[in-house]
Design a protein around this ligand. Structure first.
Ligand code: NAP
Length: 258
């Protein structure tokens, strides 16, 4: 049983016309950083028998906040003609929506074997779980000597969580390295292109000064399913890395966002 419970909207942070973060309050069960929940609203529908029936419009979203933070934070991209994201974008402080009592998912450090270097790759709103993991910190972080966080977006102004990432960079004093990538415009502060392309031409690893290999690295991939697939195929073919499963240890842990 995983019931829907009420979540109260504290704030809707509209970063631009497409990207926003919801700040919520809800008595959910404890969760692990990296996990996701489901948000929903009631959809009013008249069924064929002309009776009022209530269905929910629901979708999965990762937590951005550390579990120890009493307010919940969810980072969302508005989908053109999307049913739920447009409703969520227009919520106001004080509104109520539904959230699942218990969180879901295994995109968590508990599931990842210790290794020298943990690579965290994200596109778009896929940065969320890493923000939660790195804000929480804790003993799981000690399983890795180095953590490398890579965030790829289309335009520089979509690097919404960069100020937080820069704070985390300072907090981890040398253990955390960060690299941004922008694909659709030139930016002096970021690499240009897509993740698999920048791995293939070795530009990304040269810039960071670390190399991904199956002996000392684990790779987390989160966001656009095409990025996840293309990066996975590259790592499998050229770095001999395998998907990490509970029943068979490997080097790649993945979370598709849609
Ligand atoms: P995005 O289109 O996912 O792009 C983010 C970054 O990923 C860009 O740098 C993009 O490069 C790159 N990328 C795209 N395909 C790739 C591939 N095969 N390999 C490597 N990198 C790749 O942007 P977003 O702002 O996060 O999301 C925008 C759209 O994604 C939304 O409008 C929506 O259509 C969809 N989306 C859907 C859902 C959903 O639940 N249905 C959720 C989130 C997003 P390029 O600029 O070169 O494409």
């Amino acid at each position: 049983m995983n019931p829907w419970i009420n979540a109260n909207i504290l704030e809707v942070r509209k970063w631009n016309e497409n990207l926003f973060s919801l700040i919520l309050k809800a008595p959910i069960a404890p969760f692990q950083p990296g996990q996701f929940t489901k948000l929903a609203v009631n959809e009013k529908k008249i069924s064929s028998e002309k009776k009022n029936t209530q269905k929910k419009i629901q979708r999965a979203y990762s937590f951005v906040n550390a579990p120890s933070n009493k307010n919940l934070e969810i980072y969302i991209v508005r989908i053109i003609h999307g049913k739920l994201s447009n409703i969520l974008y227009n919520l106001k402080c004080g509104d109520n929506i539904f959230i699942k009592k218990n969180a879901f998912g295994f995109f968590i450090l508990d599931e990842i074997p210790s290794c020298e270097t943990l690579w965290m790759f994200a596109t778009g709103t896929g940065i969320g779980p890493y923000c939660s993991i790195l804000q929480e910190g804790g003993k799981n972080i000690n399983k890795f000597k180095n953590i490398i966080l890579i965030h790829a977006v289309r335009y520089e102004n979509e690097l919404i969580y960069l100020p937080l990432i820069k704070k985390l960079y300072k907090k981890y004093s040398g253990k955390l390295k960060i690299q941004t990538i922008v694909s659709r415009e030139k930016s002096i502060n970021s690499l240009n292109g897509r993740i698999p392309f920048l791995l293939k031409n070795q530009v990304l690893e040269k810039k960071i000064g670390f190399k991904i290999n199956c002996y000392n690295s684990h790779v987390m991939l989160c966001g656009n399913p095409n990025m996840v697939k293309d990066t996975y195929l590259f790592l499998k073919k050229y770095r001999y890395m395998e998907r990490h499963l509970r029943r068979k240890s490997g080097h790649i842990t993945m979370e598709n966002y849609w």
